[in-house]
Design a protein around this ligand. Structure first.
Ligand code: 0WE
Length: 270
């Protein structure tokens, strides 16, 4: 018996094959899940070329446009899901956006407009999705979002996204409270640094990857497949007693107070 047999759900945030959402979708499909792919209509142009082949790989025939910053679009998307699936057992929220200027320089120079739009797309979108899929969630359903260590500690340039992820993690706890009485669970994965489309074009990103390789407890970065395997746990019955939690898939980076002496010796030599 497969872990996800008979379970149906929606995955957002697949932009290409390197997306964390695609790593999660692949793992869920492997274990028998039936998946609706909710794609960002901004990527409409790459729908046929990029997204459809990926949907095919995970055996999904249901592709639905969903703009995370637009209530009507989210509502419409879940209406389609209701028509096709009836009800759902899981939801994966894997989207974030902050304007480029808010991910560099001083955090305090962020504009009110950029702050609002970042919180809207990166935080409210998850709450809005929970809101509009509430009536089609089965008892025992599981909701999942993606966070990052920058929510808890400052990291170079993560700035506005750090503040947004902190709010997203707080949302997880309040949503878990809301849905708990229905046996519906809400959790987040704090993924380590991974080279995805969302990370491309960020200056110094390769330094961050390198730092994680050198200093994480496992002395390497993590893969989208590894995030997928942990997502499988959180979205399946294996984690039936887990809700409101932040689950780290970061090669142990977050537990460390100081990197190993070896790292410092090597840095001295360079
Ligand atoms: O959460 C993220 C990425 C989120 C993100 C990335 C971008 C880049 C392009 C949100 N909005 C934008 N807007 C853009 O214009 N990560 C965990 C990856 C990431 O993003 C960073 C990082 C890391 C790591 C941004 C600055 C510094 C480090």
């Amino acid at each position: 018996m497969n872990l996800m047999d008979g379970k149906k759900g929606v995955i957002t945030g697949i932009a290409n094959s390197r997306s964390i959402a695609f790593g999660i979708a692949t793992e869920l499909a492997k274990h028998g899940a039936e998946i609706a792919v909710a794609y960002n209509p901004t990527f409409e142009k790459s729908l046929d070329k990029r997204i459809k082949p990926l949907a095919e790989k995970i055996g999904s025939t249901l592709l639905i446009p969903m703009d995370g910053s637009d209530d009507e679009s989210i509502q419409q998307a879940f209406a389609t899901v209701k028509k096709e699936f009836g009800s759902i057992d899981f939801l994966v929220h894997s989207m974030a956006y902050a304007p480029k200027e808010s991910l560099q320089g001083n955090y305090y120079e962020v504009t009110r407009k950029d702050f609002a739009s970042s919180m809207d797309i990166s935080v409210y979108s998850f709450t809005a999705m929970a809101r509009y899929c509430s009536d089609i969630l089965n008892q025992g359903a599981s909701l999942l979002t993606l966070s990052y260590y920058g929510a808890e500690k400052t990291l170079p340039n993560y700035n506005m996204m750090g503040v947004a992820k902190a709010a997203l993690e707080a949302s997880v706890r309040y949503l878990a409270d809301d849905f708990g009485s229905r046996g519906i669970r809400v959790n987040a994965i704090s993924a380590g640094t991974i080279k995805t489309l969302a990370a491309s074009g960020i200056g110094d990103f390769s330094y961050m990857l390198n730092w994680n390789e050198k200093t994480s407890l496992l002395k390497r970065t993590v893969t989208t497949e590894e995030v997928g395997k942990s997502a499988l746990y959180l979205l399946s019955d294996l984690s039936s007693g887990v809700t409101g939690s932040l689950h780290y898939v970061d090669a142990g980076y977050n537990v460390q107070g100081m990197p190993s002496i070896e790292v410092q010796k090597n840095l001295k030599q360079e």
